[in-house]
Design a protein around this ligand. Sequence first.
Ligand SMILES: C[S@@+](CC[C@H](N)C(=O)[O-])C[C@H]1O[C@@H](n2cnc3c(N)ncnc32)[C@H](O)[C@@H]1O
Length: 282
Amino acid sequence: MADDTSRISPTAHYTGAVWRANGLGDTRLDGVLSRTVHRFLSPGGRLVRPFLGGATLDTALLRRHLIIDHLLHRAICAGATRVFEVPAGFSARGLRFSSAHRGVQWVDGDLAHMAGLRRAALGPEQRVEVIDLLADDGPHALSRFPTAEPTVVIVEGLFNYFPTPVVVDMWVRVARFLQQCPVGWLLGDIALGSHVRNPLVRLFLMALGGIARGRMTAHFDGPRDAESTLLASGFTEATLHAPQAHARALELPTPDAPDYLALIEARVGSLDPHHAIPLTPG
Ligand SMILES: C[S@@+](CC[C@H](N)C(=O)[O-])C[C@H]1O[C@@H](n2cnc3c(N)ncnc32)[C@H](O)[C@@H]1O
């Protein structure tokens, strides 16, 4: 796993730099965040912009991040009182949401090296834990945490670095943990086989794979396959959202850019009927 981590970590610097450049970061992370790769690669993205419906890698990542924010906001409105963001990388989502939602407990999780950087930058105010999503049990497993709270687990920007069976194992592990909670959500993103048939989307994935010095993997043929695998993994409800549909509804920039991934909203357990919010179209 150590190899995978060192391979994947530079992508956290890239995405962290995108959040920071677009007003979604936090200056407290500046001392540990390297923006060099972003500074060199980001302008290159603008060259392909006319072919991508006005999008760049950065705007596509922003779209993903903002739609996950929206899905999280809905889960909190539906009764979630605790959030794990794993991997947190250099995301400032916890810092943004903790000040907007005082009653929500926030736990940032990542592998040891990244968790160490976050702790050094943020100090004791923000809870940062070592969490390895490949661990079934032991001191770094998600399963070690108490399960009394309605809980959201956000897994952004991780699944595509692993082969499908490893991803499914992670889904089973997260579902098993959330099944112990009164109600639980998994929010995240995944590239589907149907996406990579678009050569421009393949270019996006190659760019991310280049930063991670490894191949990005697409999973399943399409959203229905992924949804049924989420259900088979232990979730009681699963929707794969097309970012385009939400980008239009939320009035995000470049709504017509092609989707290079789908957003996962999966739930375990039933909602308090007073809180239930209908799902928007996937
Ligand atoms: C692309 S970054 C995503 C970070 C953040 N979610 C974001 O969108 O900015 C990938 C992160 O995955 C972390 N990671 C790699 N393997 C992991 C594992 N087994 N469990 C938890 N995190 C892992 C890396 O340390 C890195 O921070």
